[in-house]
Design a protein around this ligand. Structure first.
Ligand SMILES: C[S@@+](CC[C@H](N)C(=O)[O-])C[C@H]1O[C@@H](n2cnc3c(N)ncnc32)[C@H](O)[C@@H]1O
Length: 347
């Protein structure tokens, strides 16, 4: 464990000085962020952009006034975007173990505060481990939204990371993160290769093991919102890892204690009111739930909870409860033949 941690610190603290030093495209985001975020990007300092190594755009909507925690924040790009989105009444916290990354993030605190027109900075950075948020003073049930961009794959103790996220989130809180996943288990000897690990490849979780891990750590139902395959072109990397396929995925999950392991039908119906910024006509909860504005949609019990017992309840009306059960929710749980793209155990 310590060996991997030290290798990764070395990679992000010393080896990489900017995106140009990356050897693969795994830590490069090609996901187009929503308009609300695109307008904030020009307000972020150049050096932070140059040292951004994310593989997605894990910034969900409805963040105003919320507490957002970014795990493995690097030089703070997503923390600063979150800081702008939560506004002066909210708070964005970034955690990273690599001193050089945190130092760069902190260096821009005042400048970003001025660029956003805030009176005081609402961004805080903490140097430490995402496996142990307690020792950083992050209390139980204290965070509204946990985000992370291309980091959890690097952790040698992923089970501990998902347990910590569950602990710190408030009930109804959201985990929204982008990461690299593999279509099979990566052989042990490759997981300590400093370049393959540092490039976010050899620590990547096999998607089915990820599903098992989520279930084990309390996340009974999670959803993919974006899946993009990664093309490896570096010959040296292909020689070692060419047997596997990798994808960058964005995952949405909620801390809700009534989620079931498969979708169940209670005859509940959900309406989206069109009020989420940049989503006037529809909102995608995940890659297979598109809610058109004002169109009622029959939903399973889990989806109903995700829309009514979280901050999304601001934009959704959900009718019905779980008092009458109509059996398994048809058309939601995929065949086992589709297990490779199965978004969690449900839907
Ligand atoms: C691929 S970079 C992504 C950084 C940032 N999220 C971004 O989008 O630019 C991975 C970051 O995670 C940090 N990291 C990796 N493992 C960590 C751990 N176990 N605890 C804390 N930080 C970690 C590294 O120091 C590095 O800054």
């Amino acid at each position: 464990m310590d060996k991997i941690i030290e290798q990764v610190k070395e990679y992000y603290g010393k080896e990489l000085q900017s995106k140009n030093d990356l050897k693969t495209t795994a830590c490069c985001c090609s996901e187009k962020p929503p308009e609300e975020i695109r307008t904030i990007l020009p307000l972020i300092a150049d050096e932070i952009h140059e040292r951004f190594y994310g593989c997605g755009s894990p910034l969900p909507p409805l963040l105003e006034g919320k507490i957002v925690l970014d795990l493995g924040c690097g030089t703070g790009r997503d923390v600063y975007i979150a800081s702008k989105l939560v506004g002066q009444s909210g708070h964005a916290i970034g955690v990273d173990m690599t001193a050089e990354q945190i130092e760069t993030a902190v260096k821009y605190q005042e400048e970003q505060c001025n660029r956003f027109g805030f009176q005081t900075s609402n961004a805080t950075f903490k140097q430490g481990y995402i496996e142990d948020l307690k020792s950083l003073g992050i209390a139980d049930n204290s965070v509204d939204v946990v985000i992370s961009n291309c980091v959890i794959n690097l952790s040698p103790a992923k089970e501990q990371v998902f347990k910590e996220i569950y602990r710190v989130l408030k009930p109804g809180g959201e985990l929204f993160f982008s990461d690299i996943f593999a279509d099979r288990r990566i052989p042990e000897e490759l997981t300590t290769d400093p370049v393959l690990r540092g490039e976010c490849l050899s620590g990547a979780l096999y998607t089915e093991d990820f599903r098992r891990l989520m279930e084990k750590t309390g996340w009974s139902d999670f959803r993919y919102t974006n899946v993009r395959s990664i093309e490896l072109t570096n010959e040296a990397v292909l020689k070692k890892l060419g047997f596997a396929s990798f994808s960058s995925r964005t995952v949405r999950a909620f801390k809700l204690n009534d989620l079931e392991d498969i979708c169940e039908d209670y005859g509940q119906v959900a309406w989206y009111d069109g009020s989420i910024a940049d989503h006037p006509h529809f909102f995608d909860l995940d890659d297979h739930h598109r809610f058109f504005t004002n169109k009622p949609m029959l939903v399973c019990g889990n989806t109903a909870s995700m829309l009514s017992d979280t901050r999304y309840s601001k934009a959704f009306k959900v009718v019905g409860d779980r008092s009458v059960h109509f059996g398994k929710f048809d058309g939601c749980t995929p065949d086992s033949s589709e297990a490779k793209i199965k978004p969690g155990s449900c839907c």
